[in-house]
Design a protein around this ligand. Structure first.
Ligand code: NOJ
Length: 566
C-alpha cells in the first residue's frame, strides 16, 4: 500500500454498455470508450471505474458473471480491452474494474456443474441446503428475503434442495467458507492485476459472510413471512477475515486501489475496521447513507411534493462519516451511482439544471476524500420520463422484482411508473448524450437502453459550445480541485460545518494552508444565509453577480460559492 496514487485522483464512473457504441449494434463498447478517452482527459478525471465487463447473461447489468476471465462480447474482444487499457494508461488514467465476489451467474460453469452433480467439488462453491418439510409441503430452508423482493432461496429442479441467492435467482451466492472457491477468486483477480488493471470496485462486498446456521430472520417480516434481516447476511464480523485473505493473498502484492461497496447499513465505526490505514483490508468503501436524503426511497405512497431534500440530515450524514474516518482512512466522495436515480433529479432540479448541477459539484468536491463523478452528471443528465414499465424492466431484474412486488401489493401500473421514473436506477443507466442528432450520437443502431428524450437540449456538443455550460464549469472546477495545494487541504485540513441547523443551506469550511468555504443553496427558491467572514476571493460561483447585504447572503435558486476566506 505504499504509493497511494488515488489520493491525487479524480474518478469517473461509467456504464460500458451505454457510453459509446462504435459498431452500430446499439451497445457501448471498448473501441467506443477508447476513442473518447481524450474527452475524459480534457474533463480532467484520471481514474476510471468501469461497470461490469465480464461475460454475463446480463440479468443484472453484468453483475451476474459467467466467466471471470473474459470480456463480454457485447463490449468487444480481449484485444479491444487490452488496447483500451494501454491507451488509458498512456493518457494517465488508472482503471478499476467492477468485480462481484458475492455471486456468479447461474450460467457460470461452476454452478452448472454444481447443479448437475451433487457430489462435485463445485457443489460446495455455492450455498445449497435441503428444503423444510411442513404439512406435506416443501418450503425453502429459511425465511430470508432477497434484495430483489422474493425468497432468497430457489429450488433446484428435480430435487428437494434449494440454493441461496440474495439478489436475482439467476445469481446464486457463493460460499466463502469453501477454501477452493477462495483460490478460484484469488486466481481470477490476479489475472486482471497481472494484465495491469489498477484495482477493483468490489461489488456487494457486505454480504460475503452469512450466518451459516441459516436460522430464520427475525426482522422486517413481510406479509408472506419473508424476512429482510440484514444481521443474517450483511456486514457480519466474519467479513473482515474473508477480506484479509484477499488482501494478504492478492491485493497487497500490487499497487492497487480496492474500493468495497458496503451498502446495507454499515456504521462508520465498522467501516473503519475494514479500511483503516493500520490493519485495514481495503482502501475505501462506498456506503449509501448520503444517497437518499430526500425521502424518495420506497416512496410509492408519496406525492412529488413530499420529496424534499433533508439538508440537515445530509450534512449530518457526511459529517458522521468524516468524524470517524478522517485522518484514519481514505474515503470516496460521490453523490450517486448506477444504483440510484440521477443526482440532478434527486437533489437538484431539471428547471434549474445548470445552476443545480454546478451547485452539486461544488458541494461535494471539497469535502473529504477522493471524488468520483458519475458519467453524464457533467452535462446535467437527469431522470427519464418513460411511459412504459417495460422500459424499466427490460434490462434490470431489480426493477422486475420491484414491479412484481408492487403489483402484488395492489399498486396500479400508473403509480408504479411514476414511482420508477422518480427512483429507479435505470434513470442513471441511459446512453450518454453526445449530441442532439439521432440517438444522441450514442449509436447508429437501436440503443440498448432507451435514451432520455431530453437529449436534443441536454448533450455534450451543445454544452461544449456554451462558455457557461455545466461541462465547462466541471472542467474548470476539477482542474482547480486537482491543484496539489487544494488537494492537500481537502485530504488533510480540518473540515467543519457552518450553521449546521440551516435547513436549506449546506455550508462548510475546509482549512489548511488556505481557508476554503462552500455555501450551497439546495432549494429552488431564494434563501438567506448569515455570513461573518472576510472574503479573499470568489473561486467558483454559479451566478453572474453576488447579493450580500448586512452580512447576509441572498442565495438564489441553487446558488453556490466556493470562497477563499480569511
Ligand atoms: C450492487 C450493484 O451495485 C448492483 O447494481 C447489483 O444489482 C448488486 N450489487 C448485485 O450485484
Amino acid at each position: 500500500m505504499a504509493d497511494k496514487w488515488w489520493e491525487t485522483a479524480v474518478g469517473y464512473v461509467l456504464n460500458p454498455q451505454t457510453f459509446l457504441d462504435s459498431n452500430g449494434d446499439g451497445v457501448g463498447d471498448f473501441p467506443g470508450l477508447t476513442g473518447r478517452l481524450p474527452y475524459l482527459k480534457d474533463l480532467g478525471v484520471n481514474l476510471l471505474w468501469l461497470g461490469p465487463i465480464f461475460a454475463s447473461p446480463m440479468d443484472d447489468n453484468g453483475y451476474d458473471v459467467s466467466d471471470y476471465k473474459s470480456i463480454n462480447p457485447m463490449y468487444g474482444t480481449m484485444e479491444d480491452f487490452d488496447a483500451f487499457l494501454k491507451e488509458a494508461h498512456k493518457l494517465g488514467f488508472h482503471v478499476l474494474l467492477d468485480f462481484s465476489l458475492n455471486h456468479t451467474s447461474d450460467e457460470h460453469p461452476w454452478f452448472q456443474k454444481a447443479l448437475k452433480d451433487p457430489t462435485s467439488k463445485e457443489r460446495d462453491y455455492y450455498i445449497i441446503r435441503s428444503g423444510k418439510k411442513e404439512g406435506g409441503k416443501l418450503l425453502p430452508p429459511n425465511n430470508w428475503k432477497s434484495f430483489f423482493e422474493t425468497s432468497a432461496w430457489e429450488r433446484i429442479p428435480g430435487s428437494e434442495d434449494f440454493y441461496l441467492h440474495l439478489f436475482s435467482k439467476k445469481m446464486p451466492d457463493v460460499n466463502w467458507t469453501c477454501p477452493e472457491l477462495k483460490e478460484q477468486y484469488y486466481d481470477a483477480l490476479r489475472f486482471w492485476l497481472d494484465k495491469g488493471v489498477d484495482g477493483f470496485r468490489l461489488d456487494a462486498i457486505a454480504h460475503l459472510a452469512k450466518d451459516m446456521s441459516f436460522e430464520d430472520g427475525t426482522q422486517n417480516i413481510d406479509a408472506h413471512g419473508l424476512s429482510y434481516d440484514l444481521t443474517k447476511f450483511s456486514n457480519r464480523p466474519e467479513l473482515y477475515d474473508i477480506l484479509k485473505g484477499l488482501r494478504d493473498e492478492v491485493f497487497s502484492k500490487y499497487p492497487c486501489l480496492i474500493v468495497g461497496e458496503v451498502g446495507g447499513d454499515i456504521t462508520p465505526e465498522n467501516a473503519l475496521r475494514l479500511v483503516n490505514y493500520g490493519d485495514g483490508v481495503m482502501n475505501m468503501i462506498f456506503h449509501f447513507d448520503t444517497a437518499w436524503n430526500n425521502g424518495a426511497y420506497e416512496s410509492y405512497d408519496k406525492s412529488d411534493a413530499d420529496i424534499v431534500t433533508d439538508v440537515i440530515q445530509m450534512k449530518d450524514n457526511f459529517m458522521r462519516w468524516y468524524n470517524v474516518l478522517n485522518g484514519k482512512a481514505d474515503m470516496p466522495l460521490y453523490w450517486c451511482n448506477h444504483d440510484h436515480p440521477r443526482v440532478l433529479s434527486q437533489y437538484g432540479s431539471e428547471q434549474y439544471r445548470n445552476e443545480s448541477a454546478k451547485m452539486l459539484l461544488m458541494t461535494i468536491l471539497f469535502l473529504y476524500g477522493t471524488d468520483f463523478i458519475y458519467y453524464g452528471d457533467e452535462i446535467g443528465m437527469s431522470n427519464v420520463h418513460y411511459d412504459s414499465l417495460e422500459d424499466f424492466a427490460m434490462h434490470d431484474s431489480g426493477n422486475r422484482g420491484e414491479i412484481a412486488a408492487l403489483q402484488a401489493k395492489g399498486y396500479d401500473d400508473e403509480r408504479i411508473l411514476h414511482y420508477l421514473n422518480r427512483t429507479s436506477r435505470t434513470n442513471a443507466r441511459t446512453p450518454f448524450q453526445w449530441n442532439h442528432k439521432e440517438n444522441a450520437g450514442f449509436t447508429t443502431g437501436k440503443p440498448y437502453q432507451k435514451l432520455n428524450d431530453n437529449f436534443p437540449s441536454v448533450n455534450l456538443q451543445d454544452e461544449m459550445e456554451d462558455p457557461y455550460s455545466i461541462v465547462n464549469f466541471y472542467q474548470y472546477a476539477i482542474s482547480f480541485r486537482r491543484d496539489p495545494v487544494i488537494n492537500d487541504i481537502v485530504l488533510h485540513g480540518p473540515l467543519s460545518l457552518i450553521d449546521r441547523n440551516h435547513p436549506d443551506v449546506f455550508s462548510y469550511i475546509h482549512e489548511g494552508s488556505e481557508k476554503l468555504m462552500v455555501i450551497s443553496n439546495f432549494r429552488p427558491y431564494t434563501v438567506y444565509f448569515s455570513f461573518y467572514f472576510q472574503i479573499n476571493d470568489i473561486l467558483l460561483h454559479n451566478y453572474g453577480d453576488v447579493i450580500i447585504k448586512d452580512h447576509v447572503f441572498e442565495l438564489r435558486p441553487y446558488e453556490s460559492f466556493l470562497l477563499k476566506i480569511r
